[in-house]
Design a protein around this ligand. Structure first.
Ligand SMILES: [Fe+2]
Length: 257
């Protein structure tokens, strides 16, 4: 996969950076920008606020990594753990997911904005993006209709795994790997036997669809992801030399209404 990104040498004025990201997000569903140096926290937050409303990081497990209530420092200093909240801080892989898939739709981020302060060891973990459109294309109409009635929890506030958002088919789904995925099915209960096979086909599509991107981080690189258009995850990193950990900063942003 070839990466395509713009290189800004304008000194990183926040409004220029935000406009460049916004333009590319609209066209491609993701945006990569290479700056000469990482932005300061205040400039990074200003760029994020130009794209959406930052979500407060409330999870108690990640508070040691949070600044300004909204900026998460993703450093590879945690040991392998089954705690999903802490998995981003390890050098292990991250399964493909949409951000905030267990939240009500109105509280799910529209965009995830990442900035690289230190790429870590060479050959370290890459962020992987998988286009939802390609995954959807691999599903039959019957599976798509069924997944449009499957939710993690009952209730209208929880989105189905596949929904139509303003004319666009949007997934809300995490690969839970070895953990069981608990679901409920709206409508005809006799169709419940069809759900697990459809979920297996969704997982196959997720990991075998065309168009996946793998981002190799460099210091000063920014990546914005449209959470309505791409799944994301991470390949396994090189955890042998903790003297050179990777350090990304992250903002999660609600969409503009
Ligand atoms: Fe994520």
């Amino acid at each position: 996969m070839a990466e395509s990104y713009a290189c800004l040498t304008c000194g990183g004025r926040t409004e220029f950076v935000a406009a460049a990201l916004s333009d590319r997000l609209k066209i491609s569903g993701y945006a990569l920008l290479q700056l000469r140096e990482p932005l300061s926290n205040s400039d990074f937050i200003a760029v994020g606020k130009a794209l959406g409303k930052p979500i407060t990081e409330r999870d108690a497990a990640v508070q040691p990594y949070v600044e300004e209530g909204i900026l998460l420092n993703l450093t590879t200093d945690a040991r392998r753990t089954p705690d999903v909240s802490l998995q981003p801080f390890t050098t292990d892989f991250l399964t493909l997911h949409t951000e905030g898939s267990a939240r009500p739709a109105r509280r799910q981020p529209r965009h995830v904005l990442l900035m690289c302060c230190a790429p870590g060891n060479s050959g370290t973990a890459r962020t992987v993006l998988v286009p939802m459109a390609m995954v959807r294309r691999r599903l039959s109409p019957g599976d798509a209709e069924l997944l449009g009635r499957v939710r993690y929890h009952p209730g209208e506030a929880m989105p189905p795994l596949l929904r139509n958002a303003r004319g666009q088919e949007v997934f809300s789904f995490r690969d839970f790997h070895t953990k069981p995925l608990e679901w409920v099915l709206d409508g005809d209960a006799t169709e419940a036997v069809l759900v697990n096979p459809a979920l297996r086909r969704l997982l196959v599509a997720l990991y075998t669809s065309d168009g996946a991107l793998a981002v190799e981080w460099r210091r000063g690189m920014l990546l914005a992801i449209d959470n309505h258009r791409f799944f994301h995850g991470r390949t396994v990193g090189d955890g042998r030399s903790p003297l050179k950990p990777r350090h990304l900063k992250r903002l999660r942003l609600l969409g503009r209404q």
